[in-house]
Design a protein around this ligand. Structure first.
Ligand SMILES: O=C(O)CCC(=O)C(=O)O
Ligand SMILES: [Fe+2]
Length: 334
């Protein structure tokens, strides 16, 4: 059943057992779908447990990610991130600055003052014409890397479709309404590594964070975090609240395009990553997370979902192409 994973400063993030949607009775499915929609409408964030992802699988995935980040930086740079349209490859520390600013020059200033302390690898849909993934060479510890990541990409593609089905049930529209918008899997798997860092880096520069405050761009994000902590979500009053790691759960948050698609019925909430709770010693240990950014198929035309408005004049936004919207958002932050 449902309980609160986070409850602070007016922010309530529910913890929901997704197996009750996937395998439950019709009544359990409906109840779970309503809880999920309610979480997205109020916090913009939920935690899901009971996922078809075992803890062994998850451990092995994080171990594979850590092996990738152990590669020498020159090797990683050889398959670097290139353009917003491709959105694939390696980003070295300081490359991307996540922010709520939309102007490239404003973002640049902020990045120069307090670069994000993270590195990442973006993996897009394998086979997207014109945009090959930038795979590391498979040798040594990295043998099997591509297969592991593509398998996980597909598991998450299915999970995205199921979460959108839950949203549809919650909204009282056809359960499969979103299927034609989510089946292609134009989603991005992002491995993230926040390297070990001296504690005084944060005290010397009070603006320093591991990842700057931002909202995500797409439909939903599936976020798998390790046990370190540091993720924070903005409360209705503007305070940042810890979204503490809970074993074997996935944090799911709605993105800006889903907020727009739902006529602002669903919230895309600002979040960031700061230093974890202080432990002993003069360094904060490394943190790993794996984010899967889900999007409506890039070819989709996004217009207010039925049931999220009453009359034509209640529609807040004109229609927009999903792929164009996302590329425009990515272009500001790199
Ligand atoms: O690493 C995390 O926990 C959050 C990362 C994130 O919000 C992002 O990459 O959009
Ligand atoms: Fe994010």
């Amino acid at each position: 059943m449902e309980s609160a994973a986070v409850k602070s400063e007016g922010l309530v993030i529910p913890l929901i057992d997704f197996s009750r949607f996937l395998d439950g009775t019709p009544a359990q499915r409906k109840e779970t779908a309503e809880a999920i929609l309610h979480g997205f409408q109020t916090a913009g964030f939920i935690y899901l447990k009971g996922l078809p992802i075992t803890s062994e699988y998850r451990k092995s995935l994080f171990a594979t990610s850590a092996k990738y980040f152990r590669l020498p930086v020159e090797t990683k740079i050889s398959h670097a991130w290139t353009t917003p349209a491709a959105n694939r490859g390696y980003s070295a520390p300081g490359r991307e600055k996540t922010t709520t600013l939309l102007d490239f020059e404003d973002v640049k200033k902020l990045r120069d003052a307090a670069p994000d302390l993270k590195e990442s690898l973006e993996i897009g849909r394998e086979g997207e014409v014109g945009h090959p993934n930038h795979w590391p060479v498979e040798e040594g510890e990295l043998v099997g890397f591509k297969e592991t990541m593509l398998e996980f990409h597909d598991k998450c593609r299915r999970l995205h479709m199921e979460v959108m089905r839950a949203i549809a049930v919650g909204l009282n529209i056809d359960e499969h309404w979103f299927d034609n918008y989510t089946d292609v899997g134009d989603n991005t798997l992002r491995l993230l590594h926040y390297p070990e860092v001296k504690k005084d880096v944060f005290t010397i520069n009070p603006g320093q964070v591991r990842a700057g405050a931002h909202s995500d761009y797409g439909s939903i994000t599936l976020l798998f975090q390790d046990s370190r902590g540091g993720l924070q979500v903005q409360s209705p009053s503007g305070k940042f609240v810890d979204a503490t790691p809970i074993e074997d759960t996935c944090v799911v948050n709605a993105g800006d395009l889903l907020a727009r698609w739902s006529n602002d019925n669903i919230k895309s909430t600002i979040h960031r990553v700061v230093e974890p709770p202080a432990g002993d010693g003069d360094v904060y240990p490394a943190r790993y997370s794996i984010a899967y950014f889900c999007n409506p198929n890039f070819k989709s035309h996004i217009e207010a979902i039925p049931s999220t408005y009453q009359t034509e004049k209640d529609r807040k936004y004109p229609g927009i192409n999903s792929g164009d919207y996302l590329v425009q958002r990515l272009a500001a932050t790199y």
